[in-house]
Ligand binder design. Structure first.
Ligand SMILES: Nc1ncnc2c1ncn2[C@@H]1O[C@H](COP(=O)(O)OP(=O)(O)OP(=O)(O)O)[C@@H](O)[C@H]1O
Ligand SMILES: [Mg+2]
Length: 150
């Protein structure tokens, strides 16, 4: 999944499955920036990534806590890695704010997944996986495109 891609996602299960596939590429220190409107499936995709990484704890919307930390667990296809799930919706400006959160998890040792992160967190890593989700009106169908951006 290192190549850019595009997929139509008819159901939430498809979105989660894409997350599991994208996770096979992810290693400690990697940053995933999720872009897309309200309800586009950013959290659903994160749930799939978490499953693929095998991290502990249930993924839920981090809206009211900014960042949720998931400990490393069993991983089928790579070294175990923790995941930090961030909601940047209410973070403004540069993400020294993330450092300021004083997380227990070292971000360089984790996979960091950021909802609403576009334009806010890219500088945290040399490259990031950008996933853009979009949603058709009055339909469950979502689409996703993804690429690694330097
Ligand atoms: N194809 C689909 N992919 C993802 N979610 C879907 C799909 N079809 C329906 N849904 C539903 O849409 C909602 C998507 O919510 P989710 O919380 O993942 O979006 P979000 O982008 O994280 O929203 P927010 O901007 O509020 O954080 C869920 O209720 C999910 O069940
Ligand atoms: Mg969400």
């Amino acid at each position: 999944m290192a190549d850019p891609g595009y997929r139509v996602l008819p159901t939430v299960a498809d979105t989660e499955a894409l997350g599991r596939e994208l996770a096979t590429d992810l290693r400690a220190g990697d940053l995933v920036v999720l872009d897309g409107p309200l309800g586009a499936g950013k959290t659903a995709l994160t749930r799939g990534i978490a499953e693929g990484l095998g991290v502990q704890g249930r993924v839920s919307s981090p809206t009211f806590i900014i960042a949720r930390q998931h400990r490393a667990g069993q991983r089928a296809d790579g070294p175990p890695v923790p995941m930090v799930h961030v909601d940047a919706y209410r973070l403004t400006g540069d993400l020294d704010e993330l450092d300021a959160l004083d997380l227990d998890t070292d971000l360089h040792q984790a996979v960091v997944v950021v909802e609403w992160g576009r334009g806010v967190v890219e500088h945290l890593a040399e490259r990031h996986l950008r996933v853009v989700l979009s949603r058709a009106p009055d339909s469950d169908v979502r689409t996703a495109s993804w690429e690694w951006v330097n």
